[in-house]
Design a binder for this molecule. Structure first.
Ligand code: PRP
Length: 208
């Protein structure tokens, strides 16, 4: 059974459709990735712990709340950067800790090349960001690295998943919640999500 939170919000569905379009140009593609990441994060952070806080309005003192958990955004390079930009406005106090993996195109396995996770105390909640969950190899490697670092809670936010990747992550890490805008049909022989949206990193950075 596939276990992931897939948003059915009509704005997400609309923007995902535009993102898939092969005629969507770079500027729009970037802005859609930012918007989708933000919308997804609103849903994924609905269970954030908060504490009582008070604020003085122009008229009176008012009871309110403040977020009580520290948050780390962990974008997987490169394509996760586009999502991290979208979350910067929503969660301005979050730290950003980058992880770099590229997929070996023959073996489809992740090759690590950058790790900015610090030694010592981890944030309470870690949001791993990568638009594409294909075989799940990159997500699994990222989750392993983040778990070694030690946040209390980990969530993976992606735009599109393949059933293979969703199953692999859920099987290895059932404690890590997956939040996606959609789950597509299958992976092709090159490990691309079908019908998908192409290569998110290339479309974000105008590379081929
Ligand atoms: C893509 C994508 C994910 C990974 C997904 O990155 O952005 O990181 O592949 O595939 P997986 O689930 O099979 O691991 P890519 O290797 O193309 O690097 P890039 O983001 O630098 O383009």
């Amino acid at each position: 059974m596939l276990r992931a939170f897939v948003s059915h919000h009509p704005v997400i569905a609309h923007k995902l459709t535009r993102l898939r379009d092969q005629d969507t140009e770079t500027d729009d593609f970037r802005s859609l990735v930012r918007d989708l990441a933000l919308l997804l994060a609103v849903e994924a952070t609905a269970d954030l712990q908060s504490r009582a806080d008070t604020v003085r309005t122009p008229l009176d003192e008012c009871a309110g709340t403040a977020i009580a958990e520290s948050i780390a955004l962990v974008p997987i390079l490169r394509a996760g950067l586009g999502m991290a930009e979208g979350l910067a406005g929503l969660l301005p106090d979050a730290t950003v800790r980058h992880l770099g993996f590229y997929r070996d195109e023959a073996k489809l396995s992740p090759v690590p090349y950058y790790n900015k996770l610090p030694q010592g105390q981890a944030e309470d909640l870690c949001l791993i960001l990568d638009p594409m969950l294909a075989t799940g190899g990159s997500a699994l490697a990222a989750i392993t690295a983040v778990k070694a670092w030690g946040p209390r809670r980990i969530k993976f936010l992606g735009i599109l998943g393949a059933p293979e990747g969703v199953a692999a992550v859920h099987q290895a890490h059932p404690d890590v919640a997956l939040h996606l805008c959609g789950i597509d049909q299958h992976l092709d022989a090159r490990g691309f999500i079908v019908p998908g949206l192409g290569d998110a990193g290339d479309r974000l950075f105008r590379t081929t």
